[in-house]
Design a protein around this ligand. Structure first.
Ligand code: NAP
Ligand code: F7E
Length: 329
């Protein structure tokens, strides 16, 4: 019998890659979507007819119970979240309701309806925040720097707690930043590659950014989706850091992205304090050793290839004037 997987956040960047991977692995794929006044299925357009979409919301535990009763999933991947760090400073309560309590609601629904469901929680390197050691690994203490990070620490520990209390097969992927041509346009990588394309095509003159010295361990979202799936194929649930093991600054990203189309970023990038955060995460660098050894996970796309993949995709989109994927700046 085909395995059934339920993906929350299927309309997001990661959900779309994961749903594709699960289809390729032979799963019956169900995606949870919330009701919006306008369908935002751009990222899953290519697989829309191959998956089943069901409406529910992380805020509404009854809708989660109903979806789990209907699907009876073998695996549930919880990718739904308010995922933009600056918004978490403006909407701290809503962020906690989605990213913290939403996880409890899902775990509790699984416990009541189908406790043998394997559960993946989308945890994040933002939990390390003001980092206590470099590189960060599974044992590094957390020190989140935003309401987003704080809420995700709750999501992490409630997942560990349901594993320890009720024996659920529940795992945390502690994923470092991962990007793609499907990344939302407000995140810094996609903001840069979109601007490079618009500047190159004469549609924009400058790019306004915040802290150019922030450093991140950036990887490709398709590689990250494989890591999520691998975690749920293990006999025992556990927590894993997923990272490239390299760190680069926002400035480095700009330099490579502009240079790829023959431009010098210094001629176009303007630092604008409007994009500074109340508290910054200065440096992230992950140690993916455990994932490599235990899961056999190895990323296939390098940092440089990721940047050029994103620039090339935005160059094609801007040239074709295709509708934007991931929202509008
Ligand atoms: P994303 O593109 O922003 O997608 C978020 C998804 O969550 C969207 O499908 C969104 O639906 C859905 N969602 C938001 N609020 C919801 C609610 N109340 N009920 C139901 N669905 C809701 O994020 P992503 O980059 O794919 O990230 C996926 C997950 O990994 C998130 O939990 C994020 O926090 C975490 N994470 C991401 C990274 C990264 O670098 N990308 C790293 C570590 C962890 P709509 O389409 O309706 O808005
Ligand atoms: O910022 C700096 C900014 O918004 C990266 C989410 O997926 O990854 C993501 O969170 C860095 C920060 O991602 C601009 O200050 C400078 O230091 O692309 P970002 P993020 O905050 O790291 C983690 C792992 C998640 O879990 C989150 O869900 O870039 N930066 N100038 C800027 N950032 C933005 N957005 N815009 C700027 O103009």
């Amino acid at each position: 019998m085909m395995k059934r997987a339920l993906v929350t956040g299927v309309t997001g960047q990661d959900g779309s890659y994961l749903a594709e991977l699960l289809l390729n692995e032979g799963y019956e794929v169900y995606g949870m979507v919330r009701r919006l006044s306008w369908e935002n299925y751009e990222r899953i357009a290519a697989i829309r007819d191959a998956i089943t979409l069901l409406e529910a919301d992380l805020l509404d535990e009854y809708s989660l119970l109903t979806v789990i009763e209907k699907v009876e999933p073998d695996e549930l991947y919880n990718l739904a979240a308010q995922s933009y760090v600056p918004t978490s400073f403006d909407q701290p309560v809503l962020t906690a309701q989605f990213n913290a309590l939403g996880v409890t609601k899902l775990l509790e629904a699984i416990r009541r309806v189908k406790p043998d469901t394997r559960f993946y929680q989308a945890s994040t390197s933002e939990m390390f925040g003001k980092v206590r050691e470099v590189p960060q690994r599974e044992t590094t203490p957390f020190h989140p720097r935003s309401p987003y990070g704080v809420a995700k620490v709750y999501g992490y520990y409630i997942t560990v707690n349901y594993r320890e209390s009720y024996g659920l097969h529940a795992s945390n992927g502690i994923l470092f930043n991962h990007e793609s041509p499907r990344r939302g346009l407000k995140f810094v990588t996609r903001k840069i590659t979109d601007a490079v394309a618009r500047i190159k095509h004469g549609l924009a003159r400058e790019l306004r950014l915040g802290n150019l010295d922030a450093r991140r361990d950036w990887g490709f979202a398709g590689d990250s989706a494989r890591a999520m799936w691998l975690m749920l194929q293990q006999d025992q649930p556990d927590d894993y850091v997923i990272a490239m093991g390299e760190t680069h600054s926002v400035r480095d990203f700009c330099e490579i992205a502009f240079a790829h189309v023959g431009l010098n970023y210094e001629d176009y990038v303007v630092v604008d304090p409007h994009f500074y955060r109340p508290a910054e995460v200065d440096l992230l660098l992950g140690d993916p050793g455990k994932a490599r050894t235990r899961l056999g996970w190895v990323p296939e796309v390098s940092f440089a290839d990721l940047v050029t993949m994103m620039v090339d995709a935005d160059m094609r989109r801007v040239a074709d004037e295709r509708p934007l994927v991931g929202g509008y700046v």
